[in-house]
Design a protein around this ligand. Structure first.
Ligand SMILES: C[S@@+](CC[C@H](N)C(=O)[O-])C[C@H]1O[C@@H](n2cnc3c(N)ncnc32)[C@H](O)[C@@H]1O
Length: 313
């Protein structure tokens, strides 16, 4: 375990995020690189995203926000015959990896790219009403209540009629990463931050899981009508050791995007959390369907929300 943590001692926050998200969450099966070993979230939400991708018209414009390193290209987007991908991702390491990955797929064109955080990004005017699909895959953890509505309104503004925003996020009120963030701020005695997190999660579920975002968008874009549908899925994370589950907790609200030094304390608290709260996160040895081996599994339920832009009747 010490070895695994050593790599974090001199890491920046961006490097730590990469080690948690890309190296553990996004671990692939060597025999079948389309399959993820570290979580079932991907295979679970792909069942909903794949039919949307299959129904896109010729040469669609896709706007991937909080795009990460673009794993979704390898598992799904490369199946499109032609498309232009516009990217927004504030972590330079991940943006470079995404752009590099796209080079493997000459039929996928790179469109605009922005290293700004979504809430600070200037909307590319030429894309307003042009985008077929905006993807927000496990990235909304970085918004407060106000930023969530305003960022989604910006993405909605980019959609053409019939275009969709596909959002997926962990239900932090129940998930391992959400409970880890609660535990961390409790240990630090930061009750204000804990309360704020709970309030953000409740708002998120009200706007997305319960569809409340529709009336906000309809008020702001009076010529269109937003149709919102949501699904709740029980999903899981998998790892070989408790220390890896602790590292995986560094994403979600505990993940920061900057080049400041990573604080080791965060990791130690996450490890204590995994040991002390094992039953709250459903920690158990279970068979990983991909590797067909026993691994440690913890709860990571997620919500999928699809927002479609329609003409107001
Ligand atoms: C869990 S990762 C998901 C990456 C990618 N969407 C995927 O599913 O593979 C969350 C991403 O959100 C990015 N992010 C963090 N804060 C952000 C912000 N304010 N605006 C946009 N993206 C942000 C992170 O850098 C990270 O790449």
């Amino acid at each position: 375990m010490q070895n695994q943590f050593t790599a974090f001692e001199k890491a920046t926050n961006n490097q730590a995020y990469k080690m948690a998200f890309n190296d553990l969450w996004m671990r692939r099966d060597k025999k079948n690189p389309e399959k993820f070993i570290g979580n079932t979230q991907r295979q679970d939400f792909l069942k909903y995203l794949t039919p949307i991708i299959e129904k896109l018209g010729p040469h669609p414009h896709i706007f991937d926000f909080g795009a990460g390193a673009g794993e979704i290209v390898d598992v799904l987007l490369h199946k499109l015959s032609k498309a232009t991908l516009h990217l927004e991702e504030p972590n330079q390491i991940l943006m470079d990896a995404y752009i590099n990955r796209l080079k493997k797929y000459p039929h996928l064109k790179k469109g605009s790219s922005s290293l700004e955080k979504l809430q600070n990004m200037e909307l590319p005017k030429e894309l307003i009403n042009q985008v077929d699909l905006a993807l927000g895959l496990h990235m909304i953890y970085h918004f407060d209540e106000e930023e969530l509505s305003s960022s989604l309104a910006s993405m909605y503004n980019l959609l053409k009629v019939g275009g969709k925003i596909f959002l997926v996020y962990a239900d932090q009120e129940q998930s391992t990463t959400g409970l880890a963030a609660q535990y961390y701020y409790k240990q630090l005695g930061q009750d204000k931050t804990r309360n704020k997190l709970q309030s953000v999660w409740a708002t998120r579920n009200r706007l997305l899981k319960d569809g409340g975002i529709a009336s906000i968008l309809d008020k702001r874009f009076s010529e269109f009508q937003a149709s919102v549908t949501s699904q709740f899925l029980s999903s899981y994370i998998f790892a070989d050791q408790k220390s890896e589950i602790a590292i995986m907790c560094l994403t979600g609200e505990l993940g920061t995007v900057d080049n400041g030094p990573f604080e080791m304390d965060k990791l130690h608290h996450c490890l204590n959390f995994v040991s002390e709260k094992a039953s709250d996160i459903g920690l158990a040895v279970k068979k990983n369907e991909v590797t067909q081996q026993n691994m440690l599994r913890a709860n990571q339920p997620q919500v999928i929300t699809v927002i479609e832009k329609k003409v107001r009747p």
